[in-house]
Design a protein around this ligand. Sequence first.
Ligand SMILES: O=C(CO)[C@H](O)[C@H](O)COP(=O)(O)O
Length: 224
Amino acid sequence: MKHLIAPSVLAADFGNLQRDIEMLNQSAAEWIHVDVMDGLFVPNISFGFPVMETLRKHAGKPLDVHLMITDPDRYVERFAQAGASVITVHYEACTHLHRTIEAIQGAGCRAGVALNPHTPVQLLQDILPMLDLVLIMSVNPGFGGQKFIPNTYKKIAELCRLPGAKDSLIIEVDGGVDSGNIAALRKAGAHAFVAGSAVFSAPDPAAMIAELNQIASIAFDVQV
Ligand SMILES: O=C(CO)[C@H](O)[C@H](O)COP(=O)(O)O
C-alpha cells in the first residue's frame, strides 16, 4: 500500500491558520491530521468544532480526526457532520469499542483505533477485521514536540503479523515522526505518517512535507 503524510495542525500557527491550511493544500500532504484533546483523557485541551469548521471550509484534503477524548461515542456523529473523513478513537477510552466502530462507519467515515505506547497491539485481535486504520502512538498523547519512543517499530511489526486485518488496513504512526525515523517506520510496515513539529517548525514546511514524502517513498531501498 502507498504511504501518505498527514501533517498535524496541532503544530500550526493558529494566528495564521488559513495560511497554514492553504500551504497544506498546495503540499505533498495527502491528509490533514486533526488532534482533538479534552483535558480528561489527556492532560491538555486543544480545539473542537469551531476549528473543525474552519478546517472544513478551507482544507482541500481529507480530515483525519484523532479523538483523544473520553467516551468518544458522544461526539462521533458531530465530527462526521463537521467534515471528518477518518475518525480515530482510543482503545483506552472506549468501553464498547465494537459499537463505537460501527457508529463511525455508520456515519460514513473510516474508523480507526489508536493505541497508547503501553497498550499491546494483540488487544486488537478480535476487532481488527472491522478496522480501516490503526494508529500507533509513538509518544504519550497530549502534546506535540515529544521524543519518539523506539518500541514503536516492534509494535508496528507485531501488528503487521496479526491475522484478520483487511488488506486495506492503514497503519498510522503519530508522535516524534521526522526525517530521521520515517524510513525505518515505513520499513517496519507503517503507511501513514503524522508529523507536527517536524513540519511546522521547519523553515519551509511544504519542503519538509515533500522531503518526508520522498524519504518514505524510497524507504525500502534505504539502509536504516
Ligand atoms: O497526537 C499528537 C499528540 O498527542 C500529535 O499529533 C503528535 O504528537 C504529533 O506531533 P509531533 O510530530 O510534534 O510529535
